[in-house]
Design a protein around this ligand. Structure first.
Ligand SMILES: [Fe+2]
Length: 296
């Protein structure tokens, strides 16, 4: 299985970047990074220079997802493979490389309408990661900064892009009736030991925001509970309270950002090893919990 690809960063474009400050800092426990060379706000969840980049603009969605490849050779091979199945791959400009704080960057367009950036050498921050609200920090070593879930009407092409283009593999999938007449299908894809780095949901119709949620995983189980208490003390919507997912067994909750997308704060997901043989179709999202608690 592929183990040389990690979620490096996500780029969000929202009308008011400061609207996310309270959620990211006070609830989730991320730490501000240095602004990019273009002036964008950045956030960290480990010793890397930036894991979330927030730009100002009308999209109100994620616009780019960065994946870090372990070597230039591996990056070249992925670029060649993407081109072979019909995707245009272009080299990032010097400005883009500087703004992303990476050594190399190539870019293509995913079928779900986001820029996918393959990078090497995401820089380290100038200071260690210290978060008052997340004292034990986040699990990122060898597994990237978290996971990303997107919804797309272009589902079949999206799956092909991720599996044939990026070399991801399916961990398992979810198929259930969300509400009468509304089916939910999600594929959970891995490219390292994290159960899923990317999940793709089949959207029944065009959705205004393709980013459903980003997930960060804490090192300490109690930090999830403390983050939940902090979320509860705000007036942010909590689409799903504490619970445990059936497939990756993550203990987590979901808080909704002022921009609409959600942040899942979790702990204790099981890892995918070389011997993974548990690719099956689940018919429920959670073993328990994740009840809808507070709507916006
Ligand atoms: Fe998730």
């Amino acid at each position: 299985m592929r183990r040389d690809l990690e979620l490096a960063y996500i780029v969000l474009e929202v009308p008011e970047p400061s609207s996310l400050d309270g959620l990211f800092s006070d609830v989730v426990g991320l730490v501000r990074g240095e602004p990019t060379s273009g002036g964008a706000v950045t956030w960290r969840n480990d010793d890397r220079a930036q894991r979330i980049v927030v730009t100002a603009g009308p999209a109100n969605d994620a616009t780019s997802i960065g994946f870090e490849v372990s070597s230039d050779d591996a990056l070249e091979a992925m670029a060649t493979q993407l081109a072979a199945i019909g995707f245009d791959v272009v080299d990032g400009s010097d400005d883009e490389i500087r703004a992303r704080r990476v050594n190399r960057l190539v870019r293509t367009e995913a079928p779900w309408g986001m820029s996918i950036e393959l990078v090497t050498g995401l820089a380290s921050a100038s200071s260690p990661f210290v978060s008052d609200t997340m004292p034990s920090g986040f699990a990122t070593e060898g597994v990237g900064f978290g996971h990303v879930v997107v919804a797309t009407t272009n589902f079949d092409a999206a799956v092909q892009f991720a599996i044939e283009g990026l070399g991801m593999q399916r961990s398992d999938s979810l198929q259930m009736e969300l509400a009468p007449g509304i089916d939910l299908e999600v594929w959970f894809l891995h490219c390292n030991a994290r159960h899923h780095t990317l999940a793709l949901a089949r959207a029944p119709f065009e959705v205004p925001q393709r980013l459903h949620h980003i997930m960060v995983e804490t090192n300490d189980r109690d930090d999830v509970g403390a983050a939940f208490d902090r979320a509860w003390a705000t007036d942010l919507a909590i689409p799903n309270g504490l619970g445990r997912h059936d497939n990756d067994r993550m203990f987590s909750f979901y808080v909704q950002s002022p921009a609409g997308f959600q942040v899942e704060v979790g702990h204790g997901a099981r890892l995918v090893g070389e011997d993974w043989d548990d690719d099956r179709v689940y018919d429920r999202i959670s073993a328990w919990g994740h009840q809808p608690l507070r709507q916006s």
